[in-house]
Design a protein around this ligand. Sequence first.
Ligand code: CU
Length: 149
Amino acid sequence: MTIKQVLPVLTLVIASLACGAKKSEVVIENVVARKPPTGTNITAVFLTLKNNTGMDIALVGAHSDVANVTEVHESYNDNGIARMRRLEQIPIRAGGELVMQPGGFHIMLIDLKRELLENEQIPLKLSFSGYRTITVPATVKTMGGMAHH
Ligand SMILES: [Cu+2]
């Protein structure tokens, strides 16, 4: 076999291994904590979550050691005014995806205990109903315009 013949085979093997590892799992990616503007002690975390468990689950809570209070939030538009509210849970169907992004779902870090540094990784613990608790690293990044609380 030439290298040109081997490479596609290798790629397939690696792809199927990666899929195998993610089977029956909750997969969380792109976990970013917005670097709070100077003088503020509140910020939001965004992420993408894929429910590959084959069961309906729900995100029911979050915790991070860097904040005194961590809440699951949703941004919404109230007659042209951007507001947020706390959610008791966010259901994620079997095979479904939860996208947390500016203007929508997010995790709110309230009353930060210390400054967050650019590119620092902070641990974020996510609690579910129907699934085990997961801790993922959130990378602190400066992000463009989103309304404050
Ligand atoms: Cu919020």
